[in-house]
Structures are given as C-alpha cells and as structure tokens.
Design a protein around this ligand. Sequence first.
Ligand code: IMP
Length: 199
Amino acid sequence: MKTLVFASNNAHKMEEIRAILGGMFEVKSLEDIGCHADIPETGFTFQENALQKAQYVKEHYGLDCFADDSGLQVEALDGEPGVYSARYAEKNGYAVEGNRDDVNMDVLLEKLRGKENRNACFTTCIALLYEGQTHYFEGVVKGHIISEKRGDGGFGYDPIFVPEGYEKTFAELGNEVKNGMSHRARAVAKLAEFLKSEK
Ligand code: IMP
C-alpha cells in the first residue's frame, strides 16, 4: 500500500483521515516519520500555509504528503482572524494565560461589539503533493458570530459560531452534527474523492 503523509500530529484529525483513507493508503503522521520540527507557517493565506507544511515534508522526507490549514474569517473585520485564528489574542497584543480559545473569542467579540454585520465563515484548505503535482481542496462553512459564548462542545471559536440554517452554535450542535458539515469535513471529502479517482 502506498504511503501518504498527513503533515499533522493532531490525533483527532489523524483518526478522522485514517477512517476515510485507511483502506487506500498507509497514512502516516509527522510523528510516524520521525519529524519533530516546528514547521514554519508564515503564509498570508490558508493555501500558502498548507502548501508550506506539505512542501517541508516532501523536501525533507521525499514522501507524498498533504497538509491542512484552517481558520475563521469575519466579514466586518476584513477577513480577520484568518491565518491568525489560533493566535489572535497575541496578534492583538494580549498575553495569554489559561485557555487560549477563550481569550481569542473575547478579543473577537470585543472587536465586533456594536457591529451589525456578523457574517463569518470557517475555511479549510488542504494542499496535496501527489505524484509530482500539487492539488488544493477547500471546504467552507458560512454562518454568523453571536455576541456571547454558548455550548461546551468542539474547540476554538465553536461557542460563538452559528452555521447557516441553524440556531445553535457549533459548540451546542455537538461533534457528530458538526463533523458532518464542517469546513474540514468538506475539504477532506474532496481530497478523498480525488484520491479515489486516482486509484
Ligand atoms: P488549524 O489550522 O486546523 O489548526 O486551525 C487553526 C485555528 O483556527 C484553530 O486553532 C482555531 O482557533 C480555528 N479553527 C479551525 N477550525 C475550527 C473549528 O472547527 N472550530 C473552531 N475553531 C476552528
């Protein structure tokens, strides 16, 4: 079976990917290939960051590889937090002690205070380096940002994001519903479809 590296050490993401691609590829994590580097993510778009991670693996290990990058984009904030989603608080000069997700959400809610346009979307971009070619797969889920946190599930900005067509936040909807419709699920589905067609 051909090896395909998923440039991630996130156990949850690995499990999800292996469940989908496991029958077709031996999917290896960064840990599995002995890569313990802090791979730089210095791009200005999700696409650039995903490519940067995948290219690092290809260059250093010579293996076909894919990597993902995700984030939240808020219309009224010109697409912020975007590629800075994970470290939005620090980007705005806040020192983070304790729960980073909580502080990130507080900073975002503060910036959105009084703004009428609450439209936002989550995006995942996957960059795949496969048999000498580069391919991209994107998944988007649109929604809006509410003004207070609701729900205990999920991670990141889930407690303040309500997807289009729903009244509950991602954190209230629970993992099963969220994973069936999320930006990540949509991008992964496109990746899987492509790889299946290549087999
Ligand atoms: P990553 O590229 O998947 O690690 O995502 C980067 C950051 O975007 C995360 O640390 C979160 O702050 C945010 N993010 C990405 N996906 C989600 C999601 O499904 N829910 C909430 N926040 C997310």
